[in-house]
Design a protein around this ligand. Structure first.
Ligand SMILES: [Zn+2]
Ligand SMILES: [Zn+2]
Length: 80
């Protein structure tokens, strides 16, 4: 009955919440499949399954670039 929960824990990844967020974002768009790239930390990624954001030699999409910029600015502010 709770096998799905057990399986979820067994397969637990640090980005589990992020995966859910990506799926929710993709579900809110037409013609967008959820990004499955574990390197990609941006829930608003628009690359879909073929996402190569934050992968060496990959191309990072605009939402992910903006997300990374926001994060680094936030970190810079927090550091001061
Ligand atoms: Zn992505
Ligand atoms: Zn992206």
């Amino acid at each position: 009955m709770s096998s799905s929960v057990i399986r979820r824990e067994f397969m637990a990844r640090p980005a589990d919440d992020l995966v859910d967020a990506k799926r929710a974002f993709a579900a809110s768009r037409t013609d967008l499949e959820a990004c499955e790239n574990a390197n990609c930390k941006c829930a608003r990624c628009e690359c879909g399954k073929a996402c190569a954001c934050d992968v060496p030699d990959g191309k990072t999409c605009d939402p992910c670039v903006a997300f990374k910029k926001e994060n680094s600015e936030r970190a810079a502010r927090a550091a001061t």
